[in-house]
Ligand binder design. Structure first.
Ligand SMILES: [Zn+2]
Length: 456
């Protein structure tokens, strides 16, 4: 095989002729000069339709390819412009890279795979790219992927949710498939128009096939769902209902802490720094002790009892003795959570009982919660009836939150959406060049048996 053909193999390029290879001493990298084959030439970069040449563009351009060993490899070629009937004057299509990209397709695909499997620092270190560049690459790989797949096929039971990121300054609206556990769609924003964007994409015929929709109590979600899927059964998202109760417990806890703190004897001041010497503080002040117990009880109160540590179990016991109202709030939260694990028959009875209990509990936060539960009673029971009380929504919620943290530093929210879709959308990026018989040692894993494990 001639050298140039070997280089075409190394680059993994198709419809491309290698003209020569040289080592660029200044840049310290291998530069491979290429040109598209006759059939791939003179095509619009956007639609790939054959178009007449316009001019030479900005001359020769370079694209970064995957390294050969430890050496950076660049692909160099002329980048002429063509006159497309539809898109006007555009840079001509090249077979080795996506339109407008500075990296080859293989480089893009490798980055996308790494971004869904490795930590941010591993990707940047290994591939020698900035995280922002990873963002743009992930974005264009997802744009390409979504054109080739039908991500809305067979969609029947969906969950709609809003997720805050950038410390609550920005929101994503997400749609998940309850049956497959896939993330189906996500977009920046959280209002009726954002969600309408999803239903527009879905189309009327498929909207009619949606049988169940779960969502939190946001009025704008209910409004759009009623508009577009009037026949779908609307269910409360159990994850959110429990989250309301959890938030209420935390509010009660903060109130209890503040009250205990206000009653505590003020600490004597001993100089301006350091902790007071032993025996000189306010130890023995019951209100201060109570304040400390309450302050440190946050996780003991919020976690599910089966996940409590020994220390947290003790804290909970102390709360039971010290602050009956806070403990009552805790029990109310727990019993509400358990209702979602019951059969419909039991749940109907227990929810009724729970509402009665919460109304009479003399904790304003839970009296208010009881009112919301009454408002959403039907949709809560619908969720239980149709078996939508699984932890799937919660698990995907947690994963998306992790991704939003990782994606911090991407330039656009589209890149965040792209990373979430590639990681959780059921169409994970594939490593390039793994279909050679000698290379593929393992049979390709199907979605479901293989969920990328995110180290973040
Ligand atoms: Zn075109």
């Amino acid at each position: 095989m001639r050298n140039n053909r070997i280089w075409a193999r190394i680059l993994g390029v198709e419809k491309t002729i290698v003209e020569g290879v040289e080592y660029d001493d200044d840049a310290g990298c291998v530069v491979v000069s290429v040109r598209p084959t006759a059939r791939a030439r003179s095509r619009c970069g956007v639609c790939r339709r054959r178009s007449p040449g316009y001019d030479g563009g900005a001359g020769r351009r370079r694209w970064r390819a995957l390294d050969a060993g430890q050496v950076t490899v660049l692909v160099e070629a002329p980048a002429p412009r063509v006159m497309c009937g539809e898109h006007g004057v555009v840079v001509a299509h090249v077979p080795w890279a996506r339109h407008g990209a500075g990296h080859t397709r293989r480089f893009d695909e490798t980055i996308a795979w790494l971004a869904t499997h490795c930590s941010k620092s591993a990707v940047c270190e290994l591939m020698q790219v900035a995280w922002r560049t990873v963002g743009s690459i992930v974005d264009r790989v997802w744009s390409d992927t979504k054109r080739k797949i039908d991500r809305f096929g067979g969609l029947a039971r969906i969950g709609i949710d809003e997720i805050s990121y950038k410390k609550g300054h920005k929101y994503l609206t997400v749609v998940v498939d309850h049956d497959s556990g896939r993330l189906v769609w996500a977009a920046e924003g959280h209002n009726a128009d954002t969600l309408r964007g999803f239903f527009d994409l879905l189309g009327e015929a498929r909207c009619a096939q949606i049988t169940h929709v779960t969502a939190d109590a946001a009025a704008w979600i209910a409004k759009v769902v009623a508009e577009r899927c009037p026949d779908a059964i609307r269910c409360a998202d159990p994850f959110h209902v429990v989250a309301w109760a959890t938030a209420a417990v935390d509010k009660v806890r903060r109130g209890a802490w503040n009250r205990a703190r206000a009653k505590a004897i003020p600490r004597k001041r001993f100089g301006t720094r350091g902790r007071p010497r032993a025996g000189t503080g306010n130890t023995g002040d019951p209100y201060r002790e109570r304040a400390t117990v309450v302050k440190k009880s946050r996780w003991a109160l919020l976690k599910n009892p089966e996940n409590l540590t020994e220390k947290q179990t003790v804290t909970l016991r102390l709360i039971e003795l010290e602050d009956p109202a806070l403990y009552r709030a805790y029990l109310l939260k727990e019993s509400l959570r358990l209702i979602f694990q019951m059969s419909l028959e039991d749940a109907v009875v227990e929810l009724g009982r729970w509402i009665g209990w919460a109304r009479r509990c003399r904790i304003p936060e839970f009296v208010a919660l009881a009112r919301s539960i009454v408002t959403h009673r039907d949709s809560i029971l619908a969720a239980i009836e149709h078996g939508l009380s699984n932890g799937r929504m919660e698990s995907i919620n947690t994963k998306i939150r992790l991704i939003t943290r990782v994606a911090f530093g991407f330039r656009s929210p589209e890149a965040l959406v792209a990373l979430a879709m590639l990681g959780l959308g059921g169409h994970p990026p594939q490593l390039p060049g793994r279909n050679h018989p000698r290379m593929s040692q393992e049979s390709p894993k199907l979605w479901g048996s293989h969920t990328p494990s995110h180290p973040w």
